[in-house]
Ligand binder design. Structure first.
Ligand code: F6P
Length: 319
């Protein structure tokens, strides 16, 4: 393996830069040249490719976003687009790629591997929805951002004795909402993986206020419904007034937490080791505190398996 490339794709996540840095430095340490592909798969098709040096990734470990920029490419979803991508790689002498991103990015990595370009996936998404790894890069930072917001909202909720609905990202996954709800002491958490029942939510709010509880925080994952819809439901069904807060893209930004920087460094370095061994079609991750590898095929063909223990705990602790 003489020359590899690295790209970031899909929604950005804090810690992507730390992963890029690890890939570049580990590759150079191993005597492998490394190119940066800008703007994800679209940039690959368009030939936005540049050789990176040790200094190219200096002063980025602490920065959110991605220095390689990111995109969701429509062209790459077509066979013609992917053929152009392979042509670009051949023209630049690139033998393999480290793809940093979420499940859509892994799908692309899987397709490229099938076309003869070994790819290794590095899981990075605030959604934490990649089967095969306990944690994705960016989840921890986003979680802390959400908790910081919940703590602040609780201050004003308690001063005004109000019920707040906080809408959290995650696409169709509930990890961010659930972990944030548990860590932020939310009274109710709605996630796509678990059924919800509006009468039960109303009953819970009423029994809380019957016991003298003056304020309440409801966390709703965006994959369940928009906060504004839930607010309308509570008003219509039980005349409950709420305030809503949609955290939005704030959750994707900010300096990565120490944990995200560490796993990003570990994942990036392991990805290079896998490519150096001439292997592709796998992703790296963290399971039971150890760095692991798993097949890209299994990620793209299956959904993340849901474990309901944490949800049950959140219900028990928020009575
Ligand atoms: O996958 C990360 C994520 O932030 C999701 O939580 C969210 O649904 C989506 O990306 C938003 O995408 P965009 O930035 O394209 O609006």
């Amino acid at each position: 393996m003489k020359k590899i490339a690295v790209l970031t794709s899909g929604g950005d996540a804090p810690g992507m830069n730390a992963a890029v840095r690890a890939v570049v430095r580990k590759a150079i340490f191993e005597g492998i040249e490394v190119a940066g592909i800008y703007n994800g798969y679209q940039g690959l098709i368009d030939g936005k490719i540049e050789l990176l040096q040790l200094g190219s990734v200096g002063d980025i470990i602490q920065r959110g976003g991605t220095m390689l920029r990111s995109a969701r490419s429509v062209d790459f979803r077509t066979p013609e687009g992917r053929d152009k991508a392979v042509e670009q790689l051949k023209a630049h002498g690139i033998e393999a790629i480290v793809v940093i991103g979420g499940d859509g990015s892994f799908q692309g990595a899987f397709e490229l591997t099938k076309l003869g370009i070994p790819c290794v996936g590095v899981p990075a998404t605030i959604d934490n929805d990649i089967k095969g790894t306990d944690f994705t890069i960016g989840f921890d930072t986003a979680l802390n951002t959400v908790i910081d917001a919940i703590d602040k909202i609780r201050d004003t909720a308690s001063s005004h004795e109000r019920t707040f609905i906080v809408e959290v990202m995650g696409r169709d996954a509930g990890d961010l909402a659930l972990w944030a709800g548990l860590a932020g002491g939310a009274e109710t958490i709605l996630i796509p993986e678990e059924k919800y029942d509006v009468p039960a939510i109303i009953e819970r709010l009423k029994s809380g206020s019957g016991r003298g509880k003056k304020h309440s925080i409801i966390i709703v994952a965006e994959g369940v419904m928009p906060a504004v819809e839930l607010a309308d439901l509570l008003k219509r069904e039980a005349d409950i007034d709420t305030r809503i807060s949609v955290l939005g893209h704030i959750q994707r930004g900010g300096s990565p937490s120490a944990r995200d920087r560490v796993i990003a460094s570990q994942f990036g370095a392991r990805a290079v080791e896998v490519l150096k061994e001439g292997r592709g079609g796998v992703a790296v991750g963290l399971r039971n505190n150890g760095i692991v590898e798993y097949e890209l095929k299994d990620v793209v063909e299956d959904k993340n398996e849901w474990k309901s223990e944490m949800y049950k705990l959140s219900i028990e602790l928020s009575i």
